[in-house]
Design a binder for this molecule. Structure first.
Ligand SMILES: Cc1cc2nc3c(=O)[nH]c(=O)nc-3n(C[C@H](O)[C@H](O)[C@H](O)COP(=O)(O)OP(=O)(O)OC[C@H]3O[C@@H](n4cnc5c(N)ncnc54)[C@H](O)[C@@H]3O)c2cc1C
Length: 239
């Protein structure tokens, strides 16, 4: 059941001209699972969905917002939002959440700002003492977009089973193909722009990923791509 929550802006950190980290303090805690998202309303902007970057606990939620410069909620948050402003949150939404399903390897694959739910999932998996391998791949267009790199490097030092693999400018599946010999026993979380899925999903299937092992907020797209691959109408690029 999705409820509405009143909140105030507790912290705004703007960086790189197009991104901000926003902390909202809710009147009461919002129960959610790592990987879920909320619907946010600010000022007179149309509501938009944002993934929750932190793990559950307390009344604060952390959101990372990228301003696409189109004059919507992202632009409003980047240019006008101030500490103490009111906001409204509805949720939580989404089934792409952290669950230890006994698989020996969890592969998290993110494109751009799609990193946010996978950040929460990686942190929750480590906090729950998940004993298998946990591999995070993050593809971005430019070096400046890797703004969480030092955080993930620190996490890799803290948890021996966690590895972080950033990719700047190149297709993510090239590095996954190079690093991972066999994906047949892995759970694979995918989060990012739809265009990324069309090249990634067939490439992972060609590496023997289990068609039922994918988890994503865009599960319909994943299912459609798996179906096309199985029917032989979709092949990985370069084959
Ligand atoms: C599950 C999920 C999770 C997400 N998580 C994140 C996240 O963690 N971080 C993040 O940055 N983004 C995330 N997004 C994307 C986010 O929801 C917004 O789409 C994004 O921030 C752009 O919203 P915007 O209002 O800034 O810009 P736009 O959607 O481009 O809107 C710009 C302006 O155009 C108007 N407009 C838009 N569409 C139309 C239309 N069809 N007709 C007329 N006017 C229109 C809007 O009202 C607005 O005034 C997520 C999306 C989903 C689905």
């Amino acid at each position: 059941m999705n409820k509405s929550y009143r909140a105030v802006v507790a912290r705004v950190d703007r960086f790189h001209t197009d991104k901000l980290i926003l902390n909202l303090r809710l009147e009461v805690p919002l129960p959610f699972q790592p990987g879920q998202y909320i619907e946010l309303t600010l000022g007179t902007c149309d509501p938009r969905y944002y993934s929750i970057a932190n793990t559950p606990g307390g009344t604060d939620i952390e959101l990372h917002i990228k301003d696409n410069g189109n004059g919507g909620l992202g632009t409003y948050a980047m240019t006008k939002l101030q500490i103490g402003d009111s906001a409204s949150v509805r949720g939580p939404f989404g089934n792409c959440t952290w669950r230890d399903d006994g698989k020996p390897h969890q592969i998290l694959v993110a494109g751009g700002i799609g990193i946010i739910p996978l950040k929460a999932i990686a942190e929750a998996a480590i906090a729950s003492s998940y004993a298998g391998r946990l591999s995070l791949y993050w593809g971005v267009q430019q070096q400046a977009d890797l703004y969480l790199q030092s955080q993930f490097d620190a996490l890799a030092k803290q948890a021996a089973n966690f590895s972080f693999h950033p990719v700047v400018g190149d297709p993510l599946h090239d590095l996954i193909r190079k690093n991972e010999a066999d994906l047949s026993r892995a759970r694979i979380y995918i989060s990012g722009p739809p265009a990324m899925f069309a090249s990634l999903v067939p490439a992972l299937l060609a590496q023997h990923a289990d068609p039922a092992a994918f988890r994503s907020d865009n599960q319909d797209l994943v299912s459609a791509l798996v179906k096309e691959y199985m029917a032989g109408t979709l092949r990985p690029s370069g084959t």
